[in-house]
Design a protein around this ligand. Structure first.
Ligand code: GLA
Length: 370
């Protein structure tokens, strides 16, 4: 039986960290790393899945009341479960899953699995569902099934990325705007090789801190529904009743939202100097106020900022390890990679991985080349 193949990329975030679940702004780009899912339909109501990366096979009945298995299969089955909970009747299917998004590196390997799976299941079942809805249901799969209370950024950019562009997304309205990344600048993703793990623990704790902030401000200011609605002036004027920690969490989110809007303008004007300054401020805010960096990420950013061709650097994604993103002049990339790699290896004893990449296209079906 012939199969259809669908592909969804990972992402790197240029700026706007931990703002998505605060109804704020983000500016990610899809990357060239991706997950592909080859799907074949079957006549029963079973979902078979094989992960080439894990060399594991799983098989489950299609059941909207299913419970998670607490392993990689949850990202796949979660999507099927949410589709069925939304009232879509799925066809049984076998999925062959393979990807090259580095896992646990903060480049959204899980979102790329979810989105590629969604496209495959929708395709094989003959359903029509818009890309925005696909991004939202994949986020739901992660929230309700895989157990991370992530925002919409990763799934959205995996669906809507465009080669050569970053995407400014308003996570409340889901309005978005593509912004070209100037030619001559490469995205260099610097992997600390420290694995992050945010499906539990710290990620959800930060989200709870933000919610505590929202409750405080909503009591005082009637229009406040999310930290998106709070200004730095509000924080200064009404921040007294917050714990010191929640105050700093709020300060990060509020200032980061403002930085994203300024960064989008700067990128639109190819003003990389301003963008670089905003990225550095973002990193400091994530390190000091939101406390999601780690010594290895701080080191990587410092090394990047001191290396040839650098235009901007910061940690990217969920933090506690994973990657930093650097914007680097194309003709200095080789020197940049050499200097950062050597510096990091000398300081830590670990050889980092540096991926020189460009913004890539979002998810879709892969057709065989004739
Ligand atoms: C993870 C989550 C995203 C976002 C980032 C932090 O990647 O999946 O929704 O919250 O962390 O910006």
């Amino acid at each position: 039986m012939s199969s259809r193949v669908f592909r969804a990329p990972g992402r790197v975030n240029l700026i706007g960290e931990f703002t998505d679940y605060n109804d704020g702004f983000v500016m990610p780009a899809a990357v060239e790393f991706a997950t592909t899912v080859a799907v074949t339909n079957r006549s029963d109501r079973m979902l078979g899945m094989h992960s080439a990366n894990m060399a594991q096979h799983r098989e489950f009945p299609l059941d909207p009341a299913a419970h998670p298995a607490k392993d990689w299969s949850d990202y796949v089955r979660g999507v099927a479960v949410i589709l069925e909970r939304l009232g879509h009747r799925l066809q049984g299917a076998d999925l062959e899953i393979e990807g090259n998004v580095p896992m646990g590196a903060g480049l959204s390997s899980s979102a790329s699995i979810e989105v590629a799976t969604a496209l495959a299941l929708i395709g094989v079942s003959g359903l029509t569902i818009g890309l925005k809805e696909i991004a939202q249901l994949c986020q739901r799969a992660e929230n309700e099934f895989a157990g991370s209370r992530c925002g919409i950024m990763d799934q959205f950019i995996s669906c809507f990325g465009k080669a050569g562009h970053a995407l400014l997304l308003d996570c409340r309205s889901l309005d978005s705007r593509l912004i070209p990344i100037p030619p001559g600048v490469r995205l260099v993703i610097c992997n600390t090789m420290v694995r992050h793990q945010h499906s539990s623990g710290e990620y959800n704790n930060r989200r709870a801190d933000c919610e505590a902030g929202v409750r405080h401000f909503a009591r005082l200011l009637r229009h406040v529904r999310a930290l998106r609605d709070v200004t730095l002036a509000d924080l200064t004027r009404h921040g007294d009743g917050l714990t010191e920690t929640v105050y700093r969490r709020c300060r990060h989110v509020i200032s980061e939202n403002a930085r994203v809007e300024r960064a989008a303008q700067a990128l639109e004007q190819s003003d990389l100097d301003t963008l670089g300054i905003l990225m550095a401020e973002s990193h400091r805010s994530l390190r000091d106020d939101f406390e999601v960096s780690c010594p290895e990420l701080d080191l990587m950013v410092d090394l990047a900022l001191a290396s040839p061709g650098i235009r901007g650097a910061r940690m990217t994604g969920g933090g506690f390890g994973g990657c930093a993103i650097s914007l680097v002049e194309q003709d200095r990339v080789n020197d940049f990679v050499k200097q950062v790699s050597e510096g990091y290896r000398k300081a830590t004893g670990t050889t980092p991985e540096l991926y020189v990449t460009s913004a890539a296209d979002g998810a879709g079906e892969v057709f065989p080349v004739a």
